[in-house]
Write a protein that binds this ligand. Structure first.
Ligand SMILES: [Zn+2]
Length: 232
């Protein structure tokens, strides 16, 4: 149940996560939307070999980072056909279809399909998308809370998901409730996982003090990376 240990290395201006796994060959991936670099390496490989491998691929990494950063849009301001919505770190282009049936939203391949009744206005379309985004975060958060509340031995009462202007999440320690920002749906799933662990850690330690960060280091050692991704 515990996440695999993740190490960080830095070569020139590029920092990368290193994960050791039961695989045969090293490989590097650069993840959208923020260009996080992750190197997977076989269990027996030493860190200096990982570093040499990364150094040899540095130009490729830079190119990938640049193209990812240029291609990932922010969340569009209006739900017009063809605009791109990031969902869990991938982008989907909006395809609206009109039919005389109850509306729904779903992902299909590279599209986010929004089915609405004929004549539905932009505000209503936006509300339907936001409701769907909220449900995605709620479902993903429930699964993460199930996982992490048993690992961290804390009890969560309720999970709320809502639009929030200045925070990714909050925790009400007395009631055991956590509240998460709907916009988490636009970031990779690990960002939401980090945030769940952060809010659950507040059930063990209310303040952002040394004890709190020790708890984070113990349970989710790569938390700084995800905080950077969310706030960067
Ligand atoms: Zn906090």
């Amino acid at each position: 149940m515990y996440p695999e240990p993740v190490y960080r290395i830095q070569v020139e201006e590029i920092s990368a996560e290193v994960v050791f796994k039961r695989i045969r060959h090293m490989h590097i991936r650069v993840y959208p939307p923020h260009g996080v670099v992750r190197i997977s390496a076989p269990l027996k490989v030493r860190m200096d070999r990982v570093r040499a491998f990364m150094t040899s691929r540095l130009d490729w990494i830079r190119k990938r980072k640049r193209s990812i950063q240029e291609s990932i849009p922010l969340k569009p301001s209006k739900p017009l056909n063809g605009v791109l919505y990031p969902v869990w770190g991938q982008k989907y282009s909006l395809l609206t279809v009109e039919r005389d049936r109850p509306p729904f939203v779903k992902l299909r391949q590279k599209s986010i399909i929004l089915a609405v009744r004929p004549g539905t206005g932009l505000d209503k379309k936006e509300a339907l998308l936001n409701k769907w985004f909220r449900e995605q975060v709620k479902d993903a958060a429930s699964a993460q809370v199930d996982k992490w509340s048993s690992i961290m031995r804390v009890k969560v009462n309720k999970i709320f998901v809502q639009a929030m202007k200045t925070k990714w999440g909050t925790c009400n320690m007395d009631k055991g409730n956590i509240r998460l920002n709907t916009d988490l749906v636009h970031h990779p799933p690990r960002c939401l996982e980090y945030l769940v662990v952060h809010e659950l850690a507040h059930l063990l330690e209310p303040c952002h003090n040394r004890r709190f960060y020790t708890i984070m280091d113990d349970f989710f050692p790569q938390w700084r990376l995800y905080r950077e991704m969310l706030n960067g």
